[in-house]
Ligand binder design. Sequence first.
Ligand code: SAH
Length: 230
Amino acid sequence: MEAQAQDAWEPQRRRMVEEIAALARETRAATGRATLSERLLAAMAKVPRHELVPADQKSAAYANRPLPIGLGQTISQPFIVALMTEFMEVKPGDRVLEIGTGSGYQAAVLAELAGTVYTVEIVEPLAREAARRLAALGYRNVVAKVGDGYQGWPEHAPFDSIMVTAAPREVPQPLIEQLKPGGRLVVPVGGQAAGQELLLIQKQPDGTVTRRTILAVRFVPLIEKSGKQQ
Ligand code: SAH
């Protein structure tokens, strides 16, 4: 029964993956990458996005656009999920950190690719709901907590790669510190009015830090611990 119900969404999921691949080709001048890895596309073709969005958004689950997930938050456009994940270059066995669990969709995509996914969400009801859904879907390699992601998760550092799915004004220094040498951080940086740039920050094996812009993007702001929005 369940397998059948799942299959009903497969054509939509496949179309979503085709759209993602097409957008990757269209944006190659900015991103420098015309193709996404087969491993990533297979993960995106597998994760049941309709099980991670709110019930009233189910029919739009595979549309290539952001969706509201309640409490003023949104789940990123699938293409941006794919692009950010691609730039993390996740390998089997990697320990990765996600800031902004939201619906849990991005965490599920990472869980298909990594060894262990650590994910931090500041809004408690969102964190609770995402953890429940991820467990129900059988993702046992996702470890979630409620907290301020600006601080990362020092107890589990260092990470092979880190992704931030809300926009801080500046790159959070604790996250750079929690990267392994050779590690990669993907983060949208900038204010709400001017929009943001998606950055790839790499900690080189010798510890020096390089950064480059991947694409202009628009994310919800990273909330400061005080509750004030940046
Ligand atoms: N990755 C999510 C989308 C996240 S939207 C998904 O796949 O659904 C951004 C999320 O970041 C929101 O849920 C928001 O509550 C959370 N957030 C904002 N500021 C935060 C902070 N300081 N620490 C952790 N999470 C934060």
